[in-house]
Design a protein around this ligand. Structure first.
Ligand code: FAD
Ligand code: AMP
Length: 473
């Protein structure tokens, strides 16, 4: 039987892999993508973690829960009285599933439009330029390709002391499918995923406790922003227990008991449901890396150079399976860059300007360096901050929590970092990313006209504040 031959074969159809495949096809390369995911409806699905059990479904539930919470608690301030407000979690989850199916199906449409072949099944490297595909239909085939891009992504890191049962003890994927609101919800890990999922169920009425082993809250964020986030989130009722290391979790009666240790010693807590959200690990098992001589690093990531080349000729790796921020937009930018590199174009992603977002209320978003990083590196800097309390639009929205903090180089005035906690921080951060990509100074941002009244004026004022000339504070 003739072996199908491609210019580019991508293993993994998440936001890294499917974007790489589309870009490679746009550049005239004969491209296939191997993807094995089976959706909740039992059908093969593209889109990876992000579309199926990550970014999109979590944002759908965050939006629904936010609307519910606002209807119950946020409308009185506007003089609006509503009758009894109820939530149907099953309907909320069904809406989420509909959005997921629409988007995963949409990727299939994009593949057809761009001429990308989807090989439904599991890919495994079996030699130089050769990949064996074990089809979801049971059939196996071997395909060959000049360039192979590994985009196999990540999965939740298991916590051996807290084995999942899929109903009461679940990972982040299971937590997107609760069809009732647990009265007491425990979450192991107060990272981005733990905080977002905790927010969803707390808004719907769960008493949420997050057990976090680290003594510091959100160590990746700017300290001042993390402190404000901690105050806001605990003020909303999230119990965040820092320095609490979980040592055991087990089903007990109708619920779950969790043993943990903190500064006070050994403790126990009881919950109705428990989410294990202790991070994600790269997926490289049964991928045949040894067949082409690739050795993962000590944490399981595939080592690559600046052009995403692995140690094996013609094999590249991108996204969550490679060290760096485990973010969908980063994976997609890797995908575009690697495809363009293969086509002989420039191949580069600026990791210094990747935005981070936590979709809690208020949202938290940042780009560039934190104040603590600048201090540690001995970089001279100036700080400009501006509170949303003094922003007319935020006040009109009844959403004036938080602030914008801008860090600029003390001598060159170049913007080094922007950190926002506040309404629509996820959208506001885009201006800061553009500014940093264009090497803007704080003065550049200060001199750009910002429409009034908008939330973006808070960034404008923070840039003015860096020069001690904010107008409205
Ligand atoms: P993945 O999306 O993990 O895709 C890898 C794909 O490869 C999978 O579909 C898998 O089935 C397939 N695969 C693996 N091995 C094989 C094989 N051998 N053969 C065939 N196919 C294979 N990021 C954000 O930027 N914003 C967010 O708001 C956000 N929210 C998140 C919320 C949650 C709850 C979670 C869990 C994650 C979230 N993320 C978010 C992270 C984001 O989902 C990941 O960073 C992103 O999906 C990584 O993309 P990827 O293409 O590298 O890998
Ligand atoms: P993230 O990497 O952002 O998804 O966050 C995962 C969090 O889980 C990290 O902050 C870890 O410190 C935390 N974590 C890991 N293991 C444990 C444990 N046994 N008990 C409590 N928290 C943990």
């Amino acid at each position: 039987m003739a072996v199908d031959r491609y210019d580019v074969l991508v293993i993994g159809g998440g936001p890294g892999g499917y974007v790489a495949a589309i870009r490679a096809a746009q550049l005239g390369l004969k491209t296939a993508c191997v993807e094995r995911w089976i959706g909740k409806d039992g059908q093969p699905a593209l889109g990876g973690t992000c579309l199926n059990v990550g970014c999109i479904p979590s944002k759908a539930l965050l939006e629904s829960s936010e609307q519910y919470h606002r209807a119950r608690h946020g409308l009185a301030a506007h003089g609006i009285t509503v009758g009894e407000v109820a939530i149907d979690p099953a309907a909320m989850v069904a809406r989420k599933d509909g959005i997921v199916r629409q988007f995963t199906g949409g990727i299939g449409g994009l593949f057809r439009k761009n001429g990308v072949t989807w090989l439904k099944g599991s890919g495994r490297l079996v030699g130089e330029g050769k990949v064996e595909v074990a089809g979801t239909d049971g059939a196996a085939q071997t395909v060959s390709a000049e360039h192979i891009i590994i985009a196999t992504g990540s999965r939740p890191t298991p916590l051996l002391v807290a084995p999942l049962d899929g109903v009461r003890i679940v990972d982040s994927a299971g937590a997107l499918d609760f069809t009732d609101v647990p009265a007491r919800l425990g979450i192991i890990g107060a990272g981005v995923i733990g905080l977002e999922l905790g927010s969803v169920w707390a808004r719907l009425g769960s008493a949420v406790t997050l057990l976090e082993a680290m003594p510091e809250f959100l160590p990746v964020a700017d300290r001042a922003i993390a402190a404000l986030a901690h105050k806001e989130l605990t003020g909303q009722g999230l119990q965040i227990r820092l320095g609490a290391r979980v040592t055991a979790a087990a089903l007990a009666g109708d619920g779950v008991t969790v043993d943990f240790e903190d500064a006070k010693g050994a403790q126990q807590a009881a919950f109705d449901r428990l989410i294990v959200a202790v991070g994600r690990q790269p997926v490289t098992d049964r991928l045949g890396l040894d067949a082409v001589g690739i050795a993962p690093d000590e944490r399981g990531f595939i080592p690559v150079d600046g052009q995403f080349r692995t140690s094996a000729a013609g094999v590249y790796a991108i996204g969550d399976v490679v060290r760096g921020p485990m973010l969908a937009h980063r994976a997609s930018e890797d995908g575009i860059a690697v495809a363009e590199g293969i086509a002989g174009q420039h191949c580069h992603v600026d990791y210094g300007t990747i935005p981070w977002i936590i979709y809690t209320w208020p949202e938290i978003a940042w780009v560039g360096r934190t104040e603590q990083a600048l201090k540690a590196e001995g970089v001279p800097y100036t700080v400009g901050t501006f509170p949303f309390q003094a922003n007319g639009r935020a006040r009109a929205m009844e959403a004036a929590q938080g602030q914008v903090k801008l860090l600029a180089h003390a001598e060159t005035d170049r913007v080094l970092g922007v950190h926002i906690i506040g309404p629509h921080a996820s959208e506001l951060i885009a201006e800061a990313v553009v500014a940093m990509e264009f090497c803007a100074s704080a003065e550049d941002l200060a001199r750009i006209v910002h429409a009034h009244p908008t939330l973006s004026e808070a960034l404008h004022e923070a840039a003015l504040a860096a020069h001690k000339r904010a107008i409205h504070i």
